[in-house]
Design a protein around this ligand. Structure first.
Ligand code: EPU
Length: 423
């Protein structure tokens, strides 16, 4: 295992190139199961989660190759295997995105249920409910969800749950509906930019999807889809993380490729904190040189404040001049980073899904433990400004979703090193 060692206190300055979006690339790769011809993808980030998805696809007969120019060429070669095994699904929950495409293209899907993870309970009831509405039969056997359908038929469905829409649930149902007979209408569809990117990809392959990016999505089924060349959108969560890196270090960063329009709620909150955010020539310009004001924020489905930036924003608000409040409405138990931030001198108190952040003057470096991807990012951000040395153990969490984070941070002046971890 590896860890990150950070010496806090450097002011970040310079340019960061934002990578392709993990959460757009993963369902798009799963959607390749549907395609008759070769798919050429640009801007697919080289991440542990992407490599896990490519391994799963390979076992499902979908071959891929990275070319010298960085493009990823994907092609279906064998349609026999329909089983996503627990060994891979338990490693990466987004593996569940193969369920819809397998069912639609191969008439059956056997997908191990992912179970919970460090951010809380992660059900897939909405995925299965949506696929059943299209005509699938489902059965849970030995921890695997088995779905079968001779034919899928378009229908109208409501896909909202207790916590709002489901991102990968919408992706699964949309991918299956592409090859269903007739029209499918999904009410309460997820509106995240990653869903829009998936729909754009599918349409470029010959699907007929409209209304993506709104809560009412309409999919007119086609008999087959071909392949296409597609460029994955930039990662809005990586962009937001680097915005906070600039803010927490009183720095100045240009985030090339970052899209302001995907981060409206985040920009609104960060500006209230006192961070300067402008549209730059090639992306977003972020700077901060003032004291940080406290804010209140609630995580919500898009276009609300993303849960995937909750932990990182909490790290920033630890240093605000006053009391802030964060309400987590998507994953009410996604707070494992709190205890670690408190070890670094933060003053955080939790009441159910709400955290009260009493701002402190400074954080102090400490050995801390990463628990999940975004929590690790928060600990790295805290380490950038903490006095002294911070060691973030279990670096593999960050490698799941941030491409070469230590290289990107070092290039703009951070003192961060990846070291082997002794148990
Ligand atoms: N939910 C249900 N029933 C379901 C599915 C979801 O009640 O059948 C609930 C969840 O428990 C949660 C809410 O609905 O309270 C939203 O969950 P959603 O299904 O949208 O999450 P997801 O699709 O499993 C994706 C991202 C997550 C991100 C969430 C929320 C991918 C691969 N993953 O997960 O990303 O946090 O949406 O925006 O797109 C990450 O990148 O670190 C990450 C965890």
């Amino acid at each position: 295992m590896e860890l990150f060692e950070i010496a806090g206190g450097s002011r970040l300055k310079g340019t960061v190139q934002i990578s392709g979006a993990k959460n757009a690339a993963l369902p798009i790769l799963a959607a390749c199961i549907l395609c008759e011809d070769e798919v050429v993808l640009h801007n697919v980030p080289d991440l542990a989660d992407v490599r896990s998805m490519l391994t799963l696809l390979q076992r499902l007969g979908v071959m891929s190759e990275r070319k010298e120019d960085g493009s990823l060429h994907v092609r279906v070669e064998d349609e026999m295997n329909c089983h996503a095994e627990y060994e891979l699904v338990s490693k990466m929950r987004a593996s569940v995105c193969v369920m819809g495409p397998l069912l639609a293209k191969r008439k059956r899907a056997q997908v191990a249920m992912p179970g919970g993870c460090a951010i809380g309970v992660r059900p897939v009831g909405l995925h299965v409910q949506g696929l059943e509405s299209l005509g699938a039969d489902s059965e849970l056997i030995g921890g695997d969800m088995m779905l079968r359908a001779k034919k899928l038929r378009g229908t109208e469905m409501f896909l909202g749950g207790a916590f709002g829409s489901s991102v990968t649930g919408t992706a699964n149902v949309m991918m299956a509906a592409v090859l269903a007979e007739g029209r499918t209408v999904i009410e309460s569809a997820a509106c995240e930019p990653e869903i829009t990117d998936l729909a754009d990809f599918l349409n470029a392959c010959g699907a007929r999807i409209s209304g993506h990016g709104t809560p009412r999505m309409v999919i007119d089924g086609v008999t087959k889809i071909s392949g296409c060349e597609h460029t994955v959108i930039p990662d809005r969560i990586e962009t937001g993380t680097f915005m906070i890196a600039a803010a927490i270090t009183n720095g100045e960063l240009e985030l090339h490729g970052g899209r302001l329009e995907h981060l409206i709620a985040v920009v609104d909150r960060l500006r209230r904190v006192g961070v300067n955010i402008e549209r730059g020539e090639k992306g977003i310009a972020v700077s901060s040189s003032r004291r940080l004001e406290p804010v209140e924020l609630t995580t919500q489905p898009y276009p609300g404040f993303p849960t995937d930036l909750q932990a990182q924003t909490m790290a920033l608000l630890c240093l605000a001049d006053g009391n802030s409040i964060i309400v987590e409405k998507i994953f009410p138990d996604r707070f494992l980073h709190m205890a670690e931030l408190n070890r670094m001198g933060a003053n955080l108190r939790r009441e159910g899904g709400t955290v009260i952040i009493h701002g402190v003057r400074r954080l102090i470096g400490a050995p801390v433990m990463a628990s999940d991807l975004r929590a690790s990012a928060a600990l790295i951000l805290a380490g950038l400004i903490a006095k002294g040395q911070t060691r973030v153990r279990r670096a593999y969490h960050i490698d799941r979703g941030y491409e070469r984070i230590e290289e990107k941070l070092t290039a703009v002046g951070a003192d961060i090193r990846r070291l082997p971890e002794q148990d």
